[in-house]
Design a protein around this ligand. Sequence first.
Ligand code: C5P
Length: 232
Amino acid sequence: MGRDVIVACDFASAKDTFEFLDKFTGRKPFVKIGMELYYAEGPSIVKEIKKRGHKIFLDLKLHDIPNTVKKAMSVLSHLDVDICNLHAAGTTAMMQAALEGLTREDGTRPLLIAVTQLTSTDQEAMERDLLINKPIDEVVMHYALTAKNAGLDGVVCSPLEAGKVHDTCGKNFLTVTPGIRFADGDKGDQKRVMTPKDAKEIGSDYIVVGRPITAAEDPVAAYERCVREFCD
Ligand code: C5P
């Protein structure tokens, strides 16, 4: 898969989601389904969006013992999603079990990417609550490398970290980056942001864009603008 824009469908119900997706009569965007929508609507929302011709990043961030994650991933892989994810903090054994679970009978599987440290975790919280005393940048790169060595395909990271992740893990290791805003747009609660154009230049493979598209007056135009800036 090449560079692409993933639209974060952070809606509370299937109704709101389909009202939004119905606007896209041309190119069908790659969509991200998160915990809120999945827990509200269950697997049927994934099947329905897939049936409409969208690629899907199922953002459920699994983290449990290896055997449980393996079985859960097997269920997700049969939903025919394109990307799913887990926490690298689950360790190498959990990531390898996840890959086994994801792999279908015919040898194919969705891409699997890892969350390193959540961007809501800062140095202070990491030291105080997790007893991790290394600099957070070093921790993020270590988790990315651990994910790569476990056989994963990439990480979710800030676009500001994408270049360094590629330097550390190789250019084929995918960087999927939220925190995207247009140069003339509202930042919302995101602190460290980048434009689609800058994310392209720094080497992000996929950008995840929510409110700049979902809350735009013309979501299709905002999506097309992202595609123009990031993909062309
Ligand atoms: O609306 P906005 O563009 O900020 O949405 C970004 C999406 O990416 C949301 O679904 C958010 O939960 C997700 N995300 C993020 N930062 C991370 C990981 C995921 O913003 N570090």
